[in-house]
Write a protein that binds this ligand. Structure first.
Ligand SMILES: Cc1ncc(COP(=O)(O)O)c(C=O)c1O
Length: 376
C-alpha cells in the first residue's frame, strides 16, 4: 500500500514514538504538582513548548497547547469575537470547516463575515482583503495553505495590511507547519494554528500561537492552565510527542521540501505523459511541495480511488469530507465545473515517500484510469 494521504494525517516518526513511550511509562505526574513526578511532567511540557516555538520562530510563552487544529481555530475565532462582542470578520471561501463553521455560528449571533473569493489557482487576492476592510473589522482569518489543493495564500501581505490597520490576524497553518518554513514574525500574524499529526506527531494535540501582548477571551473555563485559555490537565505525553515532531521537522525541513517537490513533480509528469487532459488544481509553483490535486477527465475521483484501493491510499477532496459525493466547495470556488471537481483526486506525499513508490503509484493510476475509460 502506497500512502499518499499525508495531508489527512501522517504516521508517527520513530523518534516521536520513542519519546512518547518513555513519557507514558515514566511521566505520569500532574504538571501542576510541585513534587518531583509533577515537576518532571512540567519539564516535558515546557520542553515541547520550546520545540514548537522554535519551529515557527515564536517565543515559548506564545504557545498555547490545544487538542488540535479545530480547537486552535475555535480558540482564535471565538476568543477574538468574545473580546470585541460585535463586528466584522474577513475570511476566504476555501477555509477548512474548523474555520468556516465557527464563522457561520458567529453570523447567526450578529457578526458579519466577508468571504474573499479565490482565483483559478485557489489563491485569495490580498488587495481584495484590503478592499473589504471596514471600520468595524475585528479579525482577518485566512489559511496559510489549503488542505485540498496545497495552494499557498499571500499571508505575509495580508499580515502586513492587517497590522497597519490594527486588525487582528489569524492564519490556519495546519497544512504548512512541518512541510515548509513558517515564521510568525515574517507573516506578522497574531494567531497561528499548528497541528501535530500533520507533521509526524500524535493526533489530538495542537497549538495556537498567540502573539505576546495580544488579548484573547477564553472559550473554556476552569483552572489557569495555558494562560487560562485552555484549562484542564495537560495531555503531557502527546504534547511531548508533538514537541519531538517539531524538533525533527526543523532538522529535516530543507530535505523534506526538496524530496517532496522532486517526487511530486515526477509523479505529475508521469501522469501527464500517460493521461491526456489531466489538470492540476492549484498554482504550478505557489503550493505545498507535497500536494497534487488532479482532475482525471471522464472519471469520478472516488471511483478511481476505489479501483486503486489495494495499491494506493489517497483521498478526494479533504479527508474530513470523505464519503460525500458532492463536488468539493474548494474546487468549485476555483471555478471548476461539477464534472471536473468530481473527477479530482488529492495525492499528498510525505517525508517517507520513495521514488520507487512514486513510479509504482504512477503505473497503477495510469492503468486504473485507462481500465475505467475502456468501460465507459
Ligand atoms: C487546514 C486544516 N485546518 C484544521 C484542521 C483540523 O485539525 P484537527 O483535525 O487536528 O482538529 C485540518 C485537518 O484536516 C486542516 O487540514
Amino acid at each position: 500500500m502506497i500512502y499518499l494521504d499525508n495531508n489527512a494525517t501522517t504516521p508517527l516518526a520513530a523518534g516521536v514514538i520513542r519519546v512518547m513511550e518513555k513519557c507514558l511509562r515514566e511521566n505520569f505526574g500532574n504538571p501542576s504538582s510541585g513534587h518531583p513526578p509533577g515537576r518532571n511532567a512540567r519539564k516535558a511540557v515546557e520542553r515541547a513548548r520550546e520545540q514548537v516555538a522554535r519551529l515557527i520562530g515564536a517565543s515559548p510563552k506564545e504557545i498555547i497547547f490545544t487538542s488540535g487544529g479545530t480547537e486552535a481555530n475555535n480558540m482564535a475565532i471565538f476568543g477574538a469575537a468574545k473580546r470585541f462582542k460585535a463586528g466584522h470578520i474577513i475570511t476566504s471561501c476555501i477555509e477548512h470547516p474548523a474555520v468556516l463553521k465557527p464563522l457561520k455560528y458567529l453570523e447567526r449571533t450578529g457578526f458579519t463575515v466577508t468571504y474573499i473569493p479565490v482565483n483559478k489557482y485557489g489563491i485569495a487576492d490580498p488587495a481584495s482583503v484590503v478592499r473589504n476592510i471596514r471600520t468595524n473589522t475585528i479579525l482577518v482569518t485566512i489559511m496559510h495553505s489549503n488542505n485540498e489543493t496545497g495552494a499557498l495564500q499571500p499571508v505575509e501581505k495580508i499580515g502586513r495590511s492587517s497590522r497597519e490597520r490594527g486588525i487582528l490576524f489569524h492564519t490556519d497553518a495546519a497544512q504548512s507547519v512541518g512541510k515548509i518554513p513558517v515564521n510568525v514574525n515574517k507573516l506578522r500574524v497574531d494567531f497561528l494554528t499548528v497541528v501535530s499529526h500533520k507533521f509526524y506527531g500524535p493526533k489530538g494535540v495542537g497549538a495556537l500561537y498567540l502573539r505576546h501582548g495580544v488579548e484573547l477571551a477564553p472559550i473554556l473555563y476552569g483552572a489557569s492552565h495555558e494562560k487560562g485559555l485552555r484549562p484542564g490537565t495537560e495531555n503531557v505525553c502527546s504534547i511531548a510527542g508533538m514537541g519531538k515532531a517539531a524538533e525533527i521537522a526543523q532538522k529535516e525541513l530543507k530535505e523534506r521540501v526538496r524530496n517532496m517537490r522532486g517526487l511530486s513533480r515526477m509523479l505529475f509528469d508521469k501522469l501527464r505523459g500517460n493521461i491526456p487532459g489531466i489538470r492540476l488544481n492549484s498554482h504550478p509553483s505557489k503550493r505545498l511541495p507535497n500536494t497534487l490535486n488532479i482532475s482525471f477527465p471522464g472519471v469520478i475521483g472516488s471511483v478511481l480511488l476505489d479501483k486503486l484501493k489495494h495499491d494506493i491510499a489517497a483521498s478526494t477532496g479533504s479527508a474530513c469530507h470523505e464519503g460525500r459525493h458532492t463536488p468539493s466547495p474548494v474546487l468549485k470556488a476555483m471555478g471548476l465545473s461539477d464534472e471536473d471537481a468530481l473527477s479530482a483526486v488529492r495525492l499528498s506525499l510525505g517525508r517517507d515517500t520513495t521514488e520507487r513508490e512514486i513510479k509504482r503509484a504512477a503505473k497503477a493510476i495510469v492503468k486504473a484510469y485507462h481500465d475505467l475509460r475502456l468501460k465507459t
